[in-house]
Design a protein around this ligand. Structure first.
Ligand SMILES: [Zn+2]
Length: 207
């Protein structure tokens, strides 16, 4: 079989599919073998991705500056935002840790969301893409495995279980926003099939 630009390889089971056209808006193309979503109807998918990315970006500002956890045990009362937590290691030998946590939990997720909005924002309202849209989209894909908000959440959950006996814990607004971001990001990634976003970007460019 000759390779053609309309061929799509299933990211899960490697089955090859020929895509003569995008699915209609509201429809999904699934892998015939394992049912992984290969492409979403363009209009629907891109708008969803942009709206979800923008929502996550707004919630991210709450995460960074509002209290994340509050600890009380009668003697002390302490509350911390993610920003303060990251900064608390910023001196001495722990400084690299601080930089790494800041990068993976705050900087990379924000960069990735902004790149997605830059690349797909104009497409979602049927405008010409902004300059550098393709490069922005490629970088958003490269950064995907490195934006680890979910992993931080798991770490926090483990810490909560361990601390529950020692002090009264309450979760601040940042905690709930972070939980929402994890869910929104997962939703966004299910909408985001490489084939449909790149096709949409290509068609918009050559229009
Ligand atoms: Zn498959």
């Amino acid at each position: 079989m000759q390779p053609s630009p309309d061929m799509v390889c299933c990211p899960v089971c490697d089955a090859l599919h020929c895509f003569p056209a995008d699915p209609d808006p509201g429809e999904r193309a699934r892998c015939v073998r394992c049912r992984t979503v290969l492409a979403n109807g363009k209009d629907q998918a891109i708008l969803h991705i942009v709206v979800l990315a923008a929502t996550a970006l707004v919630l991210m500002t709450i995460v960074v500056f509002y209290p994340f956890l509050e600890l009380r045990n009668g003697v002390f009362d302490s509350r911390a935002s993610v920003f303060e937590t990251v900064m608390s290691f910023s001196e001495g030998v722990m400084a690299p840790l601080s930089i790494a946590v800041a990068a993976f939990v705050i900087v990379l997720p924000i960069a990735r969301l902004s790149l997605l909005i830059w690349a797909l924002g104009p497409l979602s309202v049927d405008r010409e893409p902004w300059p550098g849209a393709a490069r922005a989209l490629r970088w958003a894909e490269i950064l995907k495995p490195w934006a680890m908000a979910e992993i931080f959440m798991v770490g926090v959950a483990v810490a909560l279980v361990k601390l529950a006996d020692l002090a009264t814990l309450s979760m601040g607004p940042a905690f709930w926003s972070f939980a929402a971001i994890v869910i929104i990001t997962a939703l966004k990634d299910t909408q985001m099939s490489k084939h449909s976003v790149w096709t949409a970007l290509d068609t918009a460019k050559t229009r």
